[in-house]
Design a protein around this ligand. Structure first.
Ligand SMILES: Cc1cc2nc3c(=O)[nH]c(=O)nc-3n(C[C@H](O)[C@H](O)[C@H](O)COP(=O)(O)O)c2cc1C
Length: 204
């Protein structure tokens, strides 16, 4: 198993930023892109890297954000080098931004010895559409595209392929900016002593 940050799987009470975020997801639900956010990582050589990902829900009974990715993608190597990331989410209808920073972990097929990790990875696989599953059988991401490349012949069965990873991000600092209103509102959520959340209204 990869080095695990216990905070990622720890059952915990709903963090205070979860209800404004749930409200934003609900109020922006008519826009399918409300479930897309940007995930920033740091590469092995210390450069920022950023990309859009789909929010796949919260790990049950935790404040851990989940997404899925391909093991061969660059972000997996980034996370191995620097297991901390920030997700940035903008909700266009309500005009608010959430930035969620914290430890991040990739669960791969190599984590199969840990039954709880294997089971949450398998559940995430089962939750994917056929189209989303098929991408995990595509040729290696970011390699030069060959005319003979096969994108169609394989599709997902019930068992997750080795390329499939579940990624867990457990926010330890959250910044919520609401553009509506004059002045705007900005709220910071931090955990100065580890567990308890401190909520501070700050200048926008
Ligand atoms: C709307 C949208 C949603 C995406 N969702 C995901 C996703 O959930 N997981 C993922 O790994 N890549 C997703 N991608 C592709 C990534 O943005 C990125 O191109 C890919 O993961 C390779 O990134 P990397 O080389 O930095 O690892 C999405 C792209 C778009 C435009």
């Amino acid at each position: 198993m990869s080095d695990s940050d216990p905070s990622l799987l720890k059952a915990s009470a709903l963090a205070p930023w979860r209800s404004p975020l749930a409200r934003a997801l609900h109020r922006n639900r008519s826009k399918p892109y409300s479930r897309y956010c940007q995930l920033a990582t740091v590469t092995a050589v210390g450069r920022p890297a950023n990309r859009t990902v789909v929010f796949r829900g919260w790990l049950p009974d935790t404040n851990t954000f989940t997404l899925v990715t391909d093991r061969r993608s660059a972000k997996v190597a980034d996370i191995a080098a620097h297991p901390w990331a920030e997700a940035c989410w903008y909700f266009t209808h309500t005009r608010e931004q959430f930035r969620l920073g914290g430890p991040i972990q990739v669960i791969t097929s190599a984590d199969s010895a840990d039954s709880s990790l294997a089971s949450i990875r398998q559940t995430a696989w089962e939750g994917l559409s056929a189209n989303a599953r098929q991408q995990f059988y595509w040729p290696h991401p970011a390699q030069p595209r060959s005319a003979e490349a096969d994108f169609l012949s394989q599709s997902g069965g019930e068992t997750a392929p080795k390329t499939f990873c579940l990624v867990l991000l457990s926010p330890q600092q959250v910044d919520h900016l609401e553009l509506r209103g004059n002045p705007q509102n900005r709220t910071r959520y931090t955990q100065p002593n580890g567990d308890d959340w401190l909520v501070t209204a700050v200048n926008p």
